[in-house]
Ligand binder design. Structure first.
Ligand code: PGA
Length: 246
């Protein structure tokens, strides 16, 4: 695992203000001291912080992403919304789409598909979140859900070079529990099997911390992690990276 190029994506969700950015100095220093290591750090703060954060990270290898966007590529009368072009304009290089917290608010696969298409057109890299709920898992529907989310989410998208998949079991997010090694192995292999020629990078997300990395590190096809809670604490975030790459 240590030989692979690993992604560490910080999903700050609805946390953080301008002062919070000062805490990133530690991570910037860590990134500069580890230039030769094969990993990529991406911070996805709330939209309000994309511009100041990308300015701060200008001379570093750390990149910035957003957590969602509107599906329209063009400007329009959509109160409270921001599209992928606007996100790119302020410094975003990535966008997280299909996060379960947005699916729970009613975001459906076909809407996610439109968002992905418009973000590809803009030139953003997409982190598509997929994952089953606890109920679906108990009903043995995990593969069926993953299949649907991949097929509908990526419908009629031929060039998948900008797509990264994040497998995030909904029941694991923010709950302090992660899937059993065998289950996670199965889910990741299943995701892989849904792609014909070349499968995209596959991240795992859900309660990732420095303690459970000993289990997560063993899964051969994981290319990195999407980290929520622990990413808000620079020390914890650095610990996760260190434990993965060392
Ligand atoms: P968590 O969140 O690490 O706090 O479980 C992960 C996510 O929602 O992306």
């Amino acid at each position: 695992m240590t030989n692979k190029y690993m992604y560490f994506v910080a999903n700050w969700k609805m946390f953080g203000d301008l002062r919070t950015l000062n805490s990133l100095d530690k991570v910037i220093k860590f990134s500069k001291n580890n230039k030769k290591n094969k990993f990529k750090i991406v911070y996805c703060p709330p939209n309000t912080l994309i511009r100041p954060l990308s300015r701060r990270l200008k001379k570093t290898k750390i990149e910035v992403g957003a957590q969602n966007c509107h599906h329209s590529y063009d400007y329009g009368a959509h109160t409270g919304q921001v599209n992928s072009t606007m996100l790119k304009n302020v410094g975003a290089k990535y966008v997280i789409l299909g996060h379960s917290e947005n699916r729970q608010l009613g975001e459906k696969d076909n809407l996610i598909n439109l968002k992905i298409k418009s973000s590809i057109k803009t030139g953003l890299k997409i982190i598509l979140c997929i994952g089953e709920t606890l109920k679906e898992r108990r009903q043995n529907k995990t593969n069926q859900i993953l299949k649907r989310q991949i097929e509908k989410g990526l419908k009629s998208i031929k060039n998948k070079s900008k797509i990264i998949i994040a497998y995030e079991p909904v029941w694991s997010i923010g709950k302090g529990v992660i899937p059993k090694e065998a289950d996670l192995n199965k889910a990741i292999s299943f995701i892989k099997s849904r792609f014909v020629k070349k499968y995209p990078k596959i991240l795992y997300g859900g309660s990732v911390n420095a303690n459970n990395l000993s289990v997560l590190k063993k899964i051969p096809n994981i290319d990195g992690f999407l980290i929520g809670g622990a990413s808000q604490n620079p020390k914890k975030f650095i610990d996760i990276i260190k434990k993965t790459i060392n």
